[in-house]
Design a binder for this molecule. Structure first.
Ligand SMILES: CC(C)(COP(=O)(O)OP(=O)(O)OC[C@H]1O[C@@H](n2cnc3c(N)ncnc32)[C@H](O)[C@@H]1OP(=O)(O)O)[C@@H](O)C(=O)NCCC(=O)NCCS
Length: 179
């Protein structure tokens, strides 16, 4: 169990091979359609995922899921060496939402991404939610790609992640459906 999760009796762990069905159920339940669950499935099976973690409650139930996929820098120069990941989607079982599961999962998974050597994380989501984790729309203006505006935010996990910008990026192919 991570330290962050301990106080909430949540375990944050990497997805296991036998979690596929329960992850699909949690992601499908969190969103209006099964589009995000299909996105996770496709990202996983095309090898685009950098990290996939679940939140497990005290009863052993999977109540949350987060996926990070590889983003490819197209820049020539220092930024070409950056390790960049995209946070999407993040899902919490509807009856467990707004009780800290999503925050605990995101904080713990960002720590893990840092350990993995990722430099920069990008997200497209509510500007009222992600800044609490350090995501910044101003930093994201230095990242050129298919997304722009305040919902597009970036978080540098290393010095290089904010230094070696601006940069042009490409997201994993399955995101083209969402552009
Ligand atoms: C978004 C989501 C992952 C957040 O997880 P959670 O466990 O419900 O959230 P937490 O309990 O950690 O955090 C609660 C805080 O987040 C805010 N919040 C939750 N969902 C939000 C949203 N969609 N937009 C803005 N703020 C949101 C709450 O207002 C609350 O704010 P407060 O702390 O200022 O009171 C979860 O609600 C979810 O799965 N929603 C449906 C799927 C979705 O929209 N995913 C994100 C797409 S980018």
């Amino acid at each position: 169990m991570t330290d962050i999760a301990a106080e909430k009796s949540l375990t944050i762990r990497d997805v296991a091979s036998n979690d596929e069905d329960v992850v699909r159920d949690v992601v499908t339940a969190a969103f209006p359609t099964d589009m995000e669950a299909r996105l996770v499935h496709t990202l996983r099976h095309c090898g685009a995922l950098v990290l996939e973690q679940v939140a497990v409650d005290a009863s052993g139930a999977v109540v949350g899921h987060v996926a990070y996929s590889r983003v490819t820098p197209a820049a020539i120069g220092a930024g070409q060496a950056l390790q960049i990941a995209c946070l999407a989607p993040v899902s919490v079982q509807p009856d467990k939402q707004r009780s800290g599961v999503g925050s605990t999962l995101i904080k713990a998974s960002l720590e893990k991404l840092k350990e993995l050597g990722e430099d920069l994380v990008l997200v497209l989501g509510p500007p009222a939610y992600y800044p609490r984790f350090g995501f910044d729309p101003v930093l994201a203006r230095k990242v050129q790609g298919p997304y722009a505006g305040d919902p597009f935010m970036a978080l540098a996990l290393t010095e290089a992640g904010s230094r070696d910008l601006p940069i042009e990026v490409a997201f994993a192919t399955p995101f083209e459906e969402f552009e």
